[in-house]
Design a protein around this ligand. Structure first.
Ligand SMILES: [Zn+2]
Length: 398
């Protein structure tokens, strides 16, 4: 299937160093972006679906790198079905598991944590809720796992490992397992801040520095922040990616965005939601953190979008997260909401407003065009200009 998006007012690339692409057209062929910028009429003509963006803005599909998935499109913590599909209507095209820690009665023995990660990983490989790509299956590090277990996990396709909820006496005891996982090319993540589960200990900067994982999960607090002294230390004394989450401490999120810019460490700044949790289900969580940073921390809005897209993609080695030829065909058309004070999406986000998600494409397939179920209507009429496939693209929003 070939999909074209034409008449774009602006194309945001997801790369904060080079945040805007020239031109007004994006062409996807199969699951890949093949052209960004201008396309001749014949190239657009051969597409199966042409979306007229009417001057709205394209951004890469948002990558939420901290989602509490379990199995299916169900969250046991909030007893709700369909939340992942609902996040698609908030512009999220990729979810990365924060480990399947919410599975009721989850196993804690080595065989059990391995089986859980393998089953979760494989169950989402062929299934896209609402069109979303879900990277599931993060092994929860528990006492008793051996180096050979990490060989097994890697052979089964598990590439994520999570420290923070294991039955260890101190966080320092995760260190050998994190090294085993990293040695096998796995992305290692560590819970940061106060405990989110009763009885689990706080994990602060000194622990993260000693463990040296790939990602400090919810470094701003999940949901309770570590002491302030730890933030400059993590920026200056480590290479760890620093993930800020919507369901955490907003003050430290805003402050950290300034620290990483001052120290020229912006590649390490990632946006995620840490939901569903006790904080709820937040389909617009990624957009809220983008607008909080753009309106309250003086972060250029294109950089805030990059932290939610390209920065996550680089850290997790995904091929999505950028609007550029050769990358996954995951993109979102956003617009200022009708009735607001701003007339384009970027000005609205900088003003502190949520934006309309007016169209969304994943894997080269339009999932809805015109109106998201979860945002107000945009001021521009984004529509399917031409289609030769049998589908109405309303996505259930009427
Ligand atoms: Zn979490």
């Amino acid at each position: 299937m070939k999909t074209a998006v034409v008449n774009l007012g602006k194309i945001i690339t997801g790369d904060w160093r080079n945040p805007v692409a020239n031109g007004d057209t994006i062409i996807c062929d199969g699951g890949t972006i093949v052209q960004v910028g201008t396309a001749d009429a014949a190239r657009v003509e051969e597409c199966d679906v042409v979306i007229d963006a009417a001057g709205a803005v394209a951004i890469p599909g948002l990558i939420d790198s901290h989602v509490h998935i379990t199995f299916g499109d169900y969250t046991p913590r909030q007893k709700t079905v369909g939340f992942l599909e609902s996040y698609v209507h908030g512009g999220v095209t990729t979810a990365i598991t924060a480990s399947e820690v919410h599975v009721p009665g989850r196993p804690k023995d080595p065989a059990g944590v391995k089986a859980l990660a393998v089953a979760a990983s494989k169950s989402f490989q062929q299934w896209r809720p609402g069109g979303m790509r879900v990277h599931a299956g993060s092994v929860i590090l528990e006492p008793g796992l051996t180096e050979a277990d990490f060989d097994d996990l890697k052979a089964q396709g598990v590439w994520l490992a999570k420290a923070g909820f294991g039955a260890f006496a101190t966080p320092y005891e995760y260190k050998p397992m994190i090294q085993w996982a990293r040695a096998r090319g796995m992305i290692t993540t560590v819970h940061t801040g106060g405990s989110s589960i009763p009885g689990s200990s706080g994990i602060w900067a000194e622990h993260i520095l000693a463990l040296d994982p790939d990602v400090s999960f919810h470094v701003n607090g999940g949901p309770v922040a570590m002491p302030d002294e730890g933030f400059p230390r993590l920026v200056n004394e480590s290479r760890v990616a620093l993930q800020v989450c919507t369901a955490g401490n907003l003050r430290t999120t805003l402050w950290l965005s300034k620290l990483v810019r001052e120290q020229e460490q912006f590649d390490r700044f990632l946006i995620a939601t840490d939901t569903p949790t006790g904080s709820g289900i937040m389909p617009l969580g990624m957009l809220y953190t983008i607008t909080h940073l753009a309106s309250l921390a003086d972060l250029p809005v294109e950089w805030a979008i990059a932290a939610a897209t390209g920065n996550n993609a680089r850290t997790y080695r995904l091929n999505s997260g950028f609007i550029a030829a050769g990358h996954d065909a995951d993109l979102v058309v956003i617009d200022a909401c009708s009735g607001g004070s701003k007339d384009d999406a970027l000005a609205a986000l900088t003003n502190g407003d949520i934006v309309a998600v007016s169209a969304l494409v994943t894997d080269g397939v339009p999932r809805f065009v015109g109106r998201s179920r979860n945002t107000p209507e945009g001021i521009r009429k984004v529509r399917v200009a031409r289609s030769s496939v049998v589908q109405d693209f309303s996505g259930g929003a009427h």
